[in-house]
Design a protein around this ligand. Structure first.
Ligand code: ZN
Length: 202
């Protein structure tokens, strides 16, 4: 009898359509800040469609993609499952660590590098990154959770992970920082990958 089989297929298709489009498990989640905007805002009902900063013809959302892609390929080459995410996406993921990549914009040179994280992130995860990055980045480190947006970043709610951290690698609107960072975006990615390999051993 053909009808029940057809109904079963139909029921399954309906269930699949109702489920979140994406919700995956991985070792590490890496989000490139602002990637995919502005196009992704309307379909995801994002009313505060923050496009990120920019300077000298370069957009933050181009730089974040370079760093995120570099870190992702280094981790995948080492056998890690990486959930590589843009600014807006469906579903809620699970990972062992999640990092969200940004660059800051401010009154020129009023800012620098910084970090944002929820209370659940371990002190050692934050300290290790902060010490390493401060030893390499020759400009200001402006602090931890120094804005509400950093402390309560929307991306933190889209993943279950014991370690979550938003990284502002530096201030694009400061010409000296821009000049130092521009040729080092790939190295930022490899440094981030090395940190994550150590923090989340396979
Ligand atoms: Zn940003």
């Amino acid at each position: 009898m053909r009808l029940p089989a057809l109904l079963l297929v139909f029921a399954f298709a309906s269930f699949a359509a109702a489920a979140p489009a994406r919700a995956e498990d991985g070792d590490v989640l890496i989000q490139a800040g602002h990637e995919g905007r502005p196009a992704s805002c309307a379909p995801h009902h994002v009313t505060a469609c923050n496009l990120g900063t920019g300077a000298q013809g370069a957009q933050e959302r181009e730089w974040t993609v370079i760093v995120a892609d570099e870190a992702t390929s280094a981790l995948r080459a080492a056998g890690y499952t990486v959930l590589r995410r843009p600014a807006d996406y469906d579903g809620r993921d699970t990972a062992r660590a999640a990092v969200f990549i940004h660059f800051d914009g401010a009154q020129p040179c009023a800012s620098g590098a910084s970090l944002g994280f929820p209370e659940t992130t371990s002190r050692s995860f934050v300290d290790t990154w902060e010490q390493r990055y401060r030893a390499w980045f020759p400009y200001r480190f402006v602090g931890e959770n120094f804005t509400v947006n950093e402390h309560h970043y929307y991306g933190f709610r889209k993943v279950d992970a014991p370690e979550k951290m938003l990284i502002e690698f530096g201030e694009m609107t400061c010409p000296a920082q821009f000049a130092w960072m521009a040729p080092r975006l790939h190295e930022m990615g490899t440094r981030l990958a090395a940190f994550l390999k150590e923090q989340v051993p396979r």
